[in-house]
Each structure stands twice: as structure tokens, then as C-alpha cells.
Design a protein around this ligand. Structure first.
Ligand code: HEC
Length: 369
């Protein structure tokens, strides 16, 4: 998986020479004091009270994950410019397959700066100087540019072969010198510096994990989490939600209708169903206009139930703004490669193809991952 170390390597490659610079630090003592408090509350459980953990930070765990690295100057944090440090703290590591949570919602920009001030106060002058020298200049390449430089050689031959197809992602895998490329919802592995391409799933036989499937699920979760509850038609669990089921649905599809006729059983079992529209055949498909009407209805749940029962008389015209969701849902479904409706997706991104009777579905959803 792509790790922060990967970004670091990219940055080092692209930033080149280190120059000396002044001793002045960018932050004030007050920021350090405030940052210390916030660090202890938010970060110390993983990075240690004084940002010293984990000393053995280059060693991955049994699942191939990196532990939290020390931030006290003894590891790589000083290879990141201020903006990248801020971004890492805001966004966490999930986007790059890491474990660190993001703090966007709980810490303000100035709080994040104070936290950075705190752990930078642990950096020896020598380290700080190299850091400030390295990043003082504003004409350094951006992170994306740095990454592009790094990825270019490995995908060069592939790009010649795939014509106009767009490469969506390139990532190092945990297998030495093997790179993973994502094109839409397909994965390709590059070997020998990009001379050979291999298509198929990459499995770690030590622990049985299918690494390709993991990547697929991450991409699915990213795609579906672009939607808010207000974009969807939601049937809440009765009582506490024990599991969530995302369903790409079409009012005209018989098995979607069958699933919907059993929705009470799912709700009763503690399952919240989130419907995404997916008109088979797109805007020319048989369910397209009815789906638009459902999304325009005042009571979407009722309209969904009516439409699934082929009762169309009470549906409003599908000409409101919310109906734009029908196209968005179609694009999202294609992006994650659903091959038919209903497409059932667990909250961890795992797909269950096609209809399942509720008696079978409920245990599948309630089992621990
Ligand atoms: C649940 C554990 C956890 C918490 C809490 C946590 N981190 Fe992390 N942090 C990690 C892990 C693990 C990594 C390595 C990358 C990854 O897996 O996302 C990391 C990486 C980082 C990095 C990149 C360092 C490098 O050398 O590349 C920075 C900076 C960082 N964390 C800062 C913070 C700050 C500041 C806080 C508190 C606001 C914090 N972290 C809270 C686990 C955590």
C-alpha cells in the first residue's frame, strides 16, 4: 500500500538540495504551550507524550501497516513542509491507505499549527535548520508534482499501451518493486520497473488477505461516501442501527422490487438501507424517469415503495433539482463497477452481487468483518 514513506521518498527526490538557513523558528512560545496540551489530548496515545513513539517506526505490523512514527525529529516528519504536515493532520492517513485518523472536524487550523509548533519544539536545531532550509523556497514542486515525477517511469510503457484510458492511481504495494495501477475499477500490477504488467488479484498467503480486494473496497467506500444522506432514499433500522446496507437500485428491476418487498424484515433486524439510484441503461433506461420522480417526491420513501410496486399515479414529475442525483448515482455505480441491480454494498465496501433473500442477507450484514 501507499504509505507516507512513499510521499516522503517522492518529496526527497523532487526537492533536491538542502540549504542552510536562519535559526529563527516560525512559532511562538505560547503556541508551543497550547500545542502541548492539545497534543497530549489528541495525539499522544499513538505518538507518545513527547512525540517520541514509535521508535521502531520502520517496522510494519502483521497487517503491513506502519506504526505511528515519532514526530520529535528522529523520523521523517522533518521531510515534510508545513503545508503537508497540516494536511496530514487534517486528513489523516486513510486516503493513502494509512491508519491515522483525520482531525479536520475536531481541531481548528490554529490549533493544528500549535500542535506542529509543539512537536517541532522537540526538534534539535540542526534538524530544524535543515527543515527550514529545505522548505523556505517557494518554488519547490508541489506534492502532486513530486509524485508525478516519481510515478512517471514506472507507468511509461503502460501509458503507451492504454491509449486514452486514464490512470486513476499508482501506488507502491507491500511487495518489493511491484506497483499497483488503478484504471477505473480495474487493477494492474507493474513488475520490473514497469516493463511487465500483470492482471489479477494480489494475495498475501501468510495471512490470506486479498490486497487487491482491499484496494477495491477502499475505492468503493470513497465513492459512496461522496454522498450525503440527503442525496439518498433511506429506510432507517427500527431501533438501533446494527448494520448499514447501501443498495444501487432501479425501480424497474424485478429483483430490486423483491428486495424492497422485504425491507421491513431488514429494518426489523437493525439494518438501515441507503438507496442509491442506478437506472439500468442510463438515461434511456426503463426506470430512469420513475427514479427522477421518486427523488422529486416530498416523501421519497413512500414514492420509492410506490414505484417499486409499479404504482405511478401519485408520483410527481421528475423535473426538480434533486433529480440530478439519478445521473450522479449512475456515474458512481459505473465507477465502482457494479454489473447489475440490485447491487448491495456493505459499509466496508464489500459488494454482494445481486438479490439475496433477507434470511440470507441479514446474517451476512450482521457478521463482524
Ligand atoms: C490512532 C493513532 C494516531 C493518532 C491518534 C494520531 N496519529 Fe499521527 N500517525 C499515526 C500513524 C499510524 C501514522 C503513519 C501513517 C498512517 O498510517 O496514517 C501517523 C503519521 C503522522 C504524521 C506523518 C509523520 C511522518 O513522518 O510521515 C504526522 C505529522 C502525524 N501523524 C501527526 C499527528 C498529530 C499531530 C496527531 C494529533 C492531532 C496525530 N498524528 C494523531 C497514528 C496516529
Amino acid at each position: 500500500m501507499k504509505t507516507l514513506n512513499f510521499y516522503i521518498a517522492a518529496l526527497m527526490l523532487a526537492t533536491g538540495q538542502v540549504t542552510a538557513s536562519a535559526n529563527e523558528r516560525w512559532y511562538s512560545d505560547e503556541q508551543v504551550t497550547q500545542g502541548e496540551q492539545l497534543f497530549r489530548q489528541n495525539c499522544a496515545s499513538c505518538h507518545g507524550q513527547n512525540a517520541e513513539a514509535t521508535p521502531n517506526w520502520k517496522q510494519t505490523d502483521a497487517n503491513g501497516n506502519y506504526p505511528p512514527p515519532p514526530l520529535n525529529g528522529s523520523a521523517h516528519a522533518w521531510h515534510h513542509d508545513l503545508e503537508l504536515l497540516r494536511r496530514t493532520i487534517r486528513e489523516g492517513g486513510a486516503k493513502i491507505g494509512g491508519q491515522m485518523p483525520g482531525f479536520e472536524d475536531s481541531l481548528s487550523a490554529s490549533e493544528i499549527d500549535s500542535i506542529i509548533a509543539f512537536f517541532q519544539s522537540k526538534w534539535p536545531d540542526e534538524i530544524y535548520q535543515r527543515w527550514s532550509g529545505r522548505f523556505a523556497s517557494s518554488d519547490l514542486p508541489s506534492l502532486d508534482e513530486a509524485l508525478a515525477v516519481l510515478k512517471q517511469p514506472v507507468t511509461r510503457l503502460l501509458r503507451q499501451r492504454i491509449g486514452n484510458a486514464k490512470i486513476d492511481d499508482v501506488a507502491e504495494t507491500s511487495v518489493k518493486d511491484v506497483w499497483q495501477v488503478r484504471i477505473g475499477n480495474r487493477y494492474i500490477y507493474l513488475l520490473e520497473g514497469g516493463k511487465y504488467a500483470l492482471m489479477g488479484d494480489l494475495v498475501n498467503l501468510e495471512n490470506g488477505r486479498n490486497l487487491t480486494e482491499q484496494s477495491r473496497r477502499v475505492a468503493v467506500v470513497e465513492t459512496i461516501s461522496e454522498f450525503d444522506d440527503t442525496d439518498l432514499v433511506i429506510f432507517e433500522a427500527n431501533g438501533e442501527t446494527k448494520a448499514t446496507l447501501n443498495v444501487f437500485t432501479d425501480t424497474s428491476c424485478p429483483y430490486c422490487q423483491k428486495l424492497h418487498s422485504e425491507i421491513d424484515n431488514l429494518q426489523e433486524a437493525g439494518i438501515t438501507v441507503r438507496y442509491f439510484p442506478y437506472a439500468r441503461g442510463g438515461s434511456g433506461g426503463p426506470g430512469y424517469n420513475h427514479l427522477r420522480s421518486v427523488w422529486c417526491a416530498e416523501d421519497r420513501s413512500q414514492a420509492m415503495t410506490d414505484a417499486k410496486n409499479q404504482l405511478f399515479d401519485d408520483l410527481p414529475p421528475g423535473d426538480c433539482d434533486a433529480a440530478a442525483m439519478i445521473d450522479r448515482g449512475y456515474l458512481a455505480g459505473n465507477k465502482i463497477g457494479i454489473s447489475g441491480t440490485p447491487a448491495l454494498i456493505k459499509s466496508n465496501g464489500e459488494k454482494i452481487e445481486g438479490y439475496r433473500p433477507y434470511q440470507e442477507l441479514i446474517p451476512l450484514l450482521l457478521q463482524q468483518p
